[in-house]
Design a protein around this ligand. Structure first.
Ligand code: FE2
Length: 221
């Protein structure tokens, strides 16, 4: 039987977002003020979501894991501290692009692109470590009911509008089978109007029409 994977959906969403932003930072025309501002705003919003994700893992997963396997979260915690320093570096790099006049943004934009690529690389390695090494440990030490309860406490602590922001990355990051299974799981535990809001605000706008149609069909099956 498949065990509960509390990392998979959110990590796919974060990878989806970081990959998209890295590409955009690489090919953006920062001489175009409006486009540049929009992109820098999107990077800042992602840093807030990424920081929130670290906090959720620490609040609900790390403490529980330490209680049953002392020392098991040392590397994870060090990675999270490293990410938080990266957020400060990235914020400074964003501010440097903003402070530069339009004709002099190439150099700070390159700095931001490279700093973001370093952060994304570190986060990709960290998330894979969590899924390849920490998840099997969680599966050994906790049953699915306990893991689902941890996840439910994380979800309960996230305000609805923030949750929609996470879901807007998670839903398009999944493959069709995962998407149908995940939303079926959400539907089973959420009031109907919450589920409708998730479909309307997080699934429909982020999926291609054919993908959304396939999702509706799968959910109706
Ligand atoms: Fe983590």
């Amino acid at each position: 039987m498949q065990r509960h994977d509390l990392y998979g959906p959110i990590h796919k969403g974060i990878r989806f977002a970081l990959s998209d932003l890295l590409v955009r930072l690489g090919n953006a025309d920062f001489a175009d003020g409006a486009a540049g501002r929009e992109l820098l705003g999107a990077v800042r919003r992602q840093l807030v979501l990424s920081a929130g994700h670290l906090h959720h893992e620490e609040a609900e997963i790390h403490g529980a894991l330490e209680a049953r396997a002392p020392g098991a979260t040392l590397t994870l915690q060090a990675d999270h501290d490293h990410h938080r320093r990266a957020f400060e570096t990235l914020e400074a790099a964003i501010a440097a692009v903003e402070a530069a006049p339009a004709e002099a943004r190439a150099a700070p934009a390159r700095q931001l692109y490279l700093a973001f690529s370093q952060f994304a690389a570190a986060d990709f390695a960290h998330m894979a470590e969590e899924e390849l090494v920490v998840l099997p440990l969680l599966h050994r030490l906790f049953d699915d009911e306990e893991l689902i309860a941890m996840e439910a406490r994380i979800v309960a602590a996230i305000p609805p509008e923030k949750m929609i922001e996470y879901l807007k990355l998670m839903i398009p990051g999944m493959n069709p089978a995962e998407r149908a299974a995940f939303l079926g799981f959400v539907r089973a535990g959420a009031p109907a109007e919450v589920f409708e809001a998730i479909l309307g605000f997080a699934a429909r706008p982020t999926l291609a029409p054919a993908e959304y149609e396939a999702l509706e069909l799968a959910l109706a099956a």
